[in-house]
Every structure is written in C-alpha cells, then in structure tokens.
Design a protein around this ligand. Structure first.
Ligand code: FEO
Ligand code: CA
Ligand code: CA
Length: 632
C-alpha cells in the first residue's frame, strides 16, 4: 500500500552518527567472527550459461525502465493471467459484472488489491510442483477504480454510500484458491473443496496474551476474544506446518472519530488513531467509529493464522507477535527447532521485530503446532553503529516494561508493542517492509521502502540517508547462524535510487541504466537463494514498479537486473516461485492507481483492455517459453 496515511507516530530518531559508518565497516569483520564465512559457503550461484555476460549469474535480457499501460518481461518469457479481481472463487460465485457489483457477489469472488501470495502443496507436505493451494491477501480497495461514478482520488472512498462500503468490506481480506499446472499453463480448479474467501466480516478468534484483555472488549464482543474480520492485509508468510500468516498493516485508517476524545491517549497517539479516516465505514457501522467503540482498533494490527487445508477453521489473531502495522511474517527454524518469525512495522521511524516460539515445532505431529505461536518471546531490533544488531526482548516485567511505565501484563506489552519498543530504544527505521530469511545462505534481508521525512539530525548507521526517498536493503547475519540468537551483524546490501543522480546509492558497480531500483518492498528467493526484489512507488523516480533479480554471493553480488515492469500505477507484490523455479507468480496490485484515474477514465485498463471496463488487480504466472527455470 502506498497511498494512505502513514504519518509518523514514533518518538523520533537517534543522533547523527556521521563517520561512525566508516568505522563500523572496518570493525564488522572482527565482530563475532562470522561475516565472511556464510558468503564463501554460497559463492558461485550456478554454472555459467552460454548467454551469461558480465558478473551476474542471470542470463535473461534485461527489461528497460518504462512507465506505460502494459507489463513487460524479457524475451523468451510469457505472462499468463491466473485470476483477477471479481473472478469466481467459491463454486456458486457469479460472473464478474463491474456495472452491477454487490457485497453478496463480491464475497464469493476474488477480492481487490492482491498482495501476499503463498503456495501450499497438494497433497499437503509433498514436494509437488503441479498443484497448490494459493493463498492471497486482498489488502485494500481503490474505490475510484472499482465503483462507477464515485470520482477520483483516495477521497472517493469517503464518498461511498452504505452499499458501496459493504462492497469494499467484502473485497478486503484474503482468498484460498486451488491451482493446477498442465504443461506450462496454470488453471484455478473450479469447485475446489478448499476454496475460501475471508473478508472484513469473517468470524475470527483472539489467541495469545491479549485474548480477553479489558482493552479487547467491545459492545459487540464482551468476551474480548471474538473479532469480525481482517483488513489491510499486506504481506505475509507461512509456518513450517503449512498454515498461512497474513499481516494486518494500516488498520488505523479505517476508523473515524476524534483522537482527543479517546480514553487511552497514549495508545491513540502512538497508533495514529483519529487522524482523517480513509474509508467511510464508520458512517454506517459503529465499530469503525472510535467515539462509539474506542477498543475496536485494538483488535486489529495483528498477525492472523489461517489453515488453508481446512476451510472450516476459524482464523486466529496471534497476539503474542505484537500489534503494529504488520507488513510480513517470514520464518526460519532455529538450531533447536524453535520457529523464528521476522516482522516489519511499515511506517516511517518504526521498528524491525522477531518472534521466537517457546517450544520447537513438530514435523510429525501437526496438531502439536496448533497453538505454538501463542507462547514465545517478541524482540525488537537495535542496529548499532559498530555493525551489531541486538534483539531486545519485549517481556512484561523486564527492563522498563513495568507497571511504573504503564505495563501491568504481557497483554499491555503486545497491544502497545510500539510503545514498549520505544522504551527499549529500538532503532527507528525507514519503513520496514518484507523481512525474509534466505534458506541458502542463512542471512536475513530487510527491505526498507523509503522515508522522505527523515531529517539530517535523525540519521543512524542503519538508516544513513536523510530524506531517503528511495529506500535500502539491509542484510543481517545471525550469530553462529542461529536465528534464535540475541545478536548478529548487519550491513547495507543495496542503497536504492538512480546512481549518479540520487545521493548515497550503493550497488555493484556494473549495475546498468535499467537495473537500478527504488522503493524496495517485497522480497523472495529462488531455489538457488538468489534475491528477487519487488518495488512499490517507483513513480517517484519516473519509472514503473518492477521486479529485480539480484545475486547475493559471487561476482554478481548486489547487482540487480530488471526482470519485470508493471503496468501504470501498479505495484508488484507477492513474488513466489514454484519449488522447481519454473513458474514465478506475481500479484499485480492497484493497476491504474494515481491522480486523475477513475472507473470511467483509468490510466490503464490492464489486464483485459476491454472498453468500458476498469483495470483489475490480478495474479499472473510467468514461465519461460522453453520450460526452463526463471532467470536461468
Ligand atoms: Fe502495504 Fe507495507 O506495503
Ligand atoms: Ca509498500
Ligand atoms: Ca508491502
């Protein structure tokens, strides 16, 4: 998401560190004694092909920087549209008819603004490459492009009448679809018994330390354990036992009401409640009106766990993982079998987190993992100028997290995780988006999208650029290769922007005029552990959003090459490969977004290009025409 309120709620940055960056670089190899070894372990990402030119291991012909109505892939690759907004998900869904939308039909169709994509094999636990349950987040709605006659801009949502607001609510949430491959072609399996739509009204339960807390109770749910729906689900992840983790991001923009009247001023300010809402839902439904239901926002901003293999399962809000503008939740398994989830709070000056389960997961007893995410330790990251990252535990009773500071329980800590992290002096970051461990080299990649409002006096070693419009990517190496370790080392892997034009960029020197990128958001790895970087908001640099392929080891380390360019107004989300690397799925979100673009006169009608029909967010499958691995 990039067109909503993400004003700064964090108390602010650290003092300037200036030349400490240089000092850190000279010291980091001495720290912990691990920096060089992991790189050596993966040097050389594969055999060179006949087409290989330059230091990159990738052999595709680079896509040019463009900004037009169409998508672009390299020669020799093909794009198939798998599913679009409004296509049937449930067996009895109506056909898409943009002139006659209704909440009832939308609730059975594919939702709007597909973001995270996950693949869960069928049969469960298999190494299949041909049949999956695909899980999809539907983050938000561009009502100006969905709804005829509503006008332009994000303000269009505030003009929605009750019927239109109900359509928006049904277009949020997520979807589970079954997909199967025949040859190179992917199809959605009609009538699948797994098919499911989740929306802003789906019954969910609250699990973990905040369940039943007084601040989770509303007039609609006096127990504080039952919530209606999820919304603004951005990126996500999966558990080792095959469930879907979907992340509630900018929940605060759905609530109207006055901040000054809110009974908890500390939380209301820290979470940005009561700023101008982005949706009209509060006009029609009391739960979206802070003046009537001040606790309702406490029930959003969580990681939601959903079992795609059981359509009857009630989604669980896993409150032990903290409450903030959750972007993603990718995991690694620690040496002792405990599960470690990496998470970003995507707002300017917010933090990087990880959660470590109390117990190891069981590969043989799926039921034993059912509530594993309810018990463990939440940590927030402090990136020191000497190159060390220290994970600080957010545990009630430890350090400043005591009654004297307003924390009387772990429920207080998780509901007010941002404030707890402030007290521990975590490092304010440049909008943490996806954070994903690389299973090949054991390192963790942190996409920091941008932060145009960081002042010169607010820079720190890990966020060294004031007015960072283009973002950067950090690379973390956990101590002793153990993701549960309380420290590690970090370095800046890429500092984005156009080399020679934007200050402070950092890439491999062979990066081409089409290979530089801006505003990194989602990341993924192919089976060789090579990094793929999707962007959001590249129009700030006059180019379309795209997907970039980048080596993390060997001669081509930190040398991105553009593989995909999105249609106008769209962001590239959810990159994920089949295990054999022969299909790459992408979620193309909000095509046609931007000033002046409306249902009637959109800036693109991608992907159908049908007269009178608006653009449609869609999931695409990219294959190589010769059937080979993507990127080669
Ligand atoms: Fe929804 Fe953080 O992008
Ligand atoms: Ca984003
Ligand atoms: Ca995102």
């Amino acid at each position: 998401m990039h067109d909503d309120d993400d004003s700064i709620s964090s108390p602010g940055g650290e003092p300037s560190i200036g030349d400490l960056i240089a000092r850190r670089l000279s010291r980091r190899s001495a720290l912990l004694g691990i920096a060089g070894t992991a790189a050596a372990a993966v040097a050389g990402s594969g055999p060179a092909s006949a087409q290989k030119t330059g230091p990159s291991s990738f052999t595709f012909g680079e896509v040019a920087h463009v900004n037009d109505a169409m998508h672009h892939v390299p020669d020799g690759y093909e794009v198939q549209v798998l599913i679009r907004w409004g296509d049937p998900v449930l067996a009895d869904a109506a056909a898409f008819d943009p002139a006659n939308l209704s909440a009832v039909t939308q609730a059975k169709q594919f939702g709007y603004n597909n973001d995270f994509l996950g693949l869960h094999p069928l049969p469960p636990g298999s190494t299949a490459n041909d049949r999956f349950l695909m899980v999809v987040n539907h983050e938000y709605t561009n009502s100006n492009l969905m709804l005829a006659g509503i006008g332009e801009g994000r303000e269009a949502r505030l003009r929605a009448d009750r019927r239109q607001a109900e359509i928006e609510m049904a277009a949020h949430g997520g979807a589970v679809i079954e997909i199967a491959r025949e040859g190179r072609r992917w199809n959605v399996v009609e009538g699948s018994r797994y098919a499911r739509r989740i929306d802003a009204n789906t019954p969910m339960r609250v699990a973990g330390p905040a369940a039943g807390d007084a601040r989770m109770k509303t007039s609609g749910d006096p127990s504080g354990t039952r919530v209606s729906g999820m919304f603004n689900n951005c990126a996500g992840g999966e558990t080792p036992w095959g469930t879907w983790l979907t992340c509630e991001e900018n929940f605060h923009v759905y609530f109207q009401g006055e901040q000054a009247k809110h009974p908890d001023q500390v939380l209301a300010k820290r979470y940005g409640l009561g700023r101008a809402p982005s949706y009209a839902w509060g006009k029609y439904f009391d739960r979206f009106d802070l003046d009537k239901e001040p606790n309702e926002p406490n029930r959003f901003g969580w990681i939601v766990e959903i079992d795609p293999y059981d359509p009857q399962w009630t989604p669980a809000k896993r409150t032990a993982l903290g409450r903030f503008a959750h972007e993603g939740c990718h995991h690694a398994v620690a040496k002792d079998g405990r599960v470690v989830c990496y998470m970003g709070d995507d707002a300017r000056m917010e933090y990087v987190y990880k959660f470590v389960t109390a117990r190891p997961w069981s590969p043989t007893d799926r039921a034993a993992n059912r509530d594993l995410l309810d018990d463990g330790t939440l940590y927030v990251a402090r990136f020191d100028a000497d190159g060390r990252v220290v994970w600080l535990p957010l545990v009630h009773g430890q350090g400043p997290l005591t009654a004297a500071n307003g924390f009387t329980s772990q429920a207080d800590v998780v509901i007010g995780a941002r404030r707890a992290a402030d007290l521990l002096k975590a490092t304010p970051m440049d909008r943490p988006e996806d954070i994903e461990p690389n299973r090949v080299n054991g390192r963790v990649y942190v996409a920091l999208s941008n932060n145009g409002s960081r002042k010169p006096e607010e820079v720190n070693a890990a966020n060294p650029r004031p007015k960072n419009d283009h973002g950067h990517i950090l690379e973390i190496t956990p101590k002793d290769g153990d993701h549960a370790a309380s420290e590690g080392v970090w370095e800046i892997f890429i500092a984005a922007g156009e080399p020679g034009k934007h200050a402070g960029t950092k890439y491999h020197p062979a990066t081409s005029a089409n290979g530089w990128l801006t505003c990194p958001d989602n990341v993924a790895f192919d089976s060789k552990g090579r990094l793929w970087i999707a962007t959001d908001s590249a129009e700030i640099a006059g180019i379309a959003d795209g997907l970039y392929a980048c080596d993390v080891a060997g001669e081509g380390r930190a040398l991105p090459r553009q593989f995909f360019a999105a249609p106008k107004g769209a962001e590239v989300c959810g990159p994920i490969f089949t295990p054999d690397d022969r299909t790459l799925f992408l979620a193309i979100q909000h095509p046609g977004e931007g000033k002046g673009s409306t249902f009637e006169t959109p800036s693109t009608r991608w992907p159908d290009f049908k007269d009178g029909q608006p653009p449609r967010p869609a999931v695409i499958a990219i294959t190589k025409k010769d059937g080979g691995p993507i990127g080669s």
